[in-house]
Design a protein around this ligand. Structure first.
Ligand code: URA
Length: 211
């Protein structure tokens, strides 16, 4: 499913791996590995429209003008801490990307984001910026992170997540209609604690084995 603002990557491999991740009995190591694999499949989708140019290469047979990526290296921004689970896989696929971190935690009472760290590559205005966070739940922290990236100069941003809620998508669309969202699933909604339902629980806890 895809509109201008939201792309749900319904590839069979993505959906199969996601189902295993949702299972509460899936161990931490498997969860982490699957997140890495899915992040690479999602990265394939996110980078579909990267600018291209050509360069001359000499094959063993002859010289040709071969396609190659154009423009400044893209920037991957991990929204800590769970963003790191998506970051690792994407970075394996795009090893020359520049990397930044936005540290936000969610106040469990107000559900509002609180910033504790911000470090991003220079020249964000000239780069495609891919912000990664596995869970687009209330959208509060995602919107706050995008606010910070725009304040730092970013103009071309894609938001990459594993699961999205309709509430989070609506909140992002309202605050940042220019930021497309790519996700593996649009789930049913949020519970009263702001968790995605049916979801997969707390992504950070599941990937790091905390709690
Ligand atoms: N963050 C998570 O890790 N899981 C949710 O369901 C919502 C926010």
């Amino acid at each position: 499913m895809s509109d201008q603002h939201l792309t749900v990557v319904d590839h069979p491999l993505v959906q199969h791996k996601l189902t295993i991740m949702r299972d509460k009995d899936t161990p931490t190591a498997v969860f982490r590995q699957l997140l890495r694999e899915i992040s690479q499949l999602l990265a394939y989708e996110v980078t579909r429209n990267l600018a291209m140019t050509t360069k001359q290469v000499e094959t063993p047979m002859e010289v040709m003008d071969a396609p190659t990526l154009d423009g400044k290296k893209l920037a991957l921004i991990s929204i800590l801490r769970a963003g790191n689970g998506l970051l690792d896989g994407v970075l394996e696929l795009i090893p020359s990307a520049r990397v930044g971190f936005v540290g936000l935690y969610r106040d469990e009472e107000t559900l509002q984001p609180v910033q504790y760290y911000f470090k991003v590559p220079e020249g964000l205005d000239d780069r495609l910026v891919i912000a990664v966070d596995p869970m687009l739940a209330t959208g509060n922290s995602s919107v706050a992170a995008i606010d910070l990236l725009k304040d730092a100069g970013a103009t071309n941003i894609i938001f990459l997540c594993l699961l999205a809620s309709p509430e989070g998508v609506a909140r992002m669309k309202e605050a940042h209609p220019d930021v497309p969202i790519v996700t593996a699933s649009l789930d049913a909604g949020l519970n009263e604690l702001g968790y995605i339902m049916p979801g997969l629980g707390d992504a950070g806890d599941r990937m790091f084995g905390t709690k």
